[in-house]
Design a protein around this ligand. Structure first.
Ligand code: TXA
Ligand code: MG
Length: 344
């Protein structure tokens, strides 16, 4: 299949809409990461997403809308919980996905047989225009091959999916850089399943205390059922071995320099580069979580392009605010391997 490279203009947005309405696959930009979209109401189109990505069929997809009323118009949920209204009012459009009881129009392929459905209203204007042009809600997981970092540019999408999908719409670099925050309102108490650009603190300021699923910060124990199927799969897995280093700046630099070797790299904060004697990749300023979120996946892909790198020592981010999202992705990239220099 020849993958069309579309531009961010009205004509190409209409072309994307037409491909989607006809049951094809188009990768589209959103403010978080690129999504691999298909008509959410067409089971055959949705199946193609799983094939193109190599995604396990039991991992449900997020349904993207371009207007709050799309939820009712397309019968996506059976009930809109009170908290969903409050969260939508405050954070939509934006990087927050809300899980609600599934409506009758949503095919089992989208929800992976669950009785819930994840809904997101992206703020990216091009994403909204494509949804409108398609005339249907769009099911879209991140537009990467399952197991590689989510794509934040059209080039990332092409390097994973060229020849496997109908088109990529190039809308430039994604502003957030990590996937949306996912919260479920289908449990007894609202529960955070995936941290992202909208923080726990921000959500709690609107609907009160929420639970944070154990799997957000910790490795899922064997035999424990995941609240979100996505949690049980190895994610964001670079080719090199990534190890998080919990320490202050000085001990981190001493530690990494003691490992000095050609196959070692550092994923560090701004300002440490010149003190390190191995090649380094800068995640951002230590206290600028948004910058770290924006850079992380891009850097993991750059590191993947250097086969000589076998081990990456990464500074361990603090899990508060948007830092929780950075930590959540990095700890998975590291397969939960952490060296705590503060305890040695
Ligand atoms: O920012 C984003 O959310 C991006 C852009 C494209 O919108 N999409 C994205 O989709 O990250 P994906 O499929 O890569 O991640 C969706 C996560 C998965 O871990 C999935 O298991 C979970 O959400 N999920 C989806 N529906 C669910 C449901 N009904 N119950 C529990 N978890 C659900
Ligand atoms: Mg994904």
């Amino acid at each position: 299949m020849n993958t069309l490279l579309l531009k961010d203009n009205e004509n190409d947005i209409n072309t994307a809409g037409k491909i989607l309405a006809d049951g094809g696959l188009v990768a589209i930009p959103t403010e978080t990461v690129y999504g691999l979209a298909a008509n959410a109401l067409n089971p055959n189109a949705v199946k193609k997403i799983f094939e193109a990505k190599g995604r396990p069929m039991d991992n449900p997809l997020i349904v993207h809308i371009a207007d709050f009323d799309d939820i009712k118009r397309y019968r996506l949920v059976s009930e809109i919980p009170e908290d969903a209204l409050k969260l939508a009012q405050k954070f939509w459009s934006g990087p927050l996905t809300i899980i609600m009881p599934k409506g009758e129009a949503v095919p089992d392929e989208v929800s992976a047989g669950l009785d819930t459905v994840a809904i997101r209203f992206p703020s990216h204007k091009t994403a909204q225009s494509v949804i409108k042009a398609a005339g249907c809600p769009l099911a879209a997981p991140s537009a990467n091959i399952s197991g590689s970092p989510s794509p934040t540019t059209a080039q990332h999408v092409m390097s994973d999916l060229n020849g496997r999908i109908d088109a990529v719409l190039d809308g430039g670099e994604c502003s957030v850089g990590l996937e949306s925050t996912v919260i479920t309102l289908a449990a007894e108490k609202p529960r955070l399943l995936r941290p992202g650009g909208i923080t726990v603190e921000e959500i709690e300021s609107v609907i009160g205390e929420i639970d944070v699923d154990d799997a957000v910060l910790n490795e899922l124990e064997k035999g424990v059922k995941a609240s979100s199927p996505g949690m049980k799969y190895k994610h964001y897995s670079p080719k090199a071995r990534v190890i998080l280093v919990l320490s202050d700046d000085e001990s981190y630099i001493d530690f990494v320099n003691s490992k000095k070797a050609d196959d070692v790299a550092a994923l560090c904060y701004k300002g440490s580069e010149e003190k390190l004697s191995v090649q380094s990749f800068t995640l951002g300023a230590e206290n600028d979580y948004s910058e770290q979120a924006h850079e992380l996946f891009k850097l993991l892909r750059e590191i993947d392009k250097k086969p000589e790198i076998k081990t990456v020592y990464a500074r361990c981010p603090k899990p508060d605010g948007v830092g929780m999202a950075v930590y959540n992705r990095l700890i998975r990239a590291a397969g939960f391997e952490v060296i705590n220099l503060e305890e040695l």
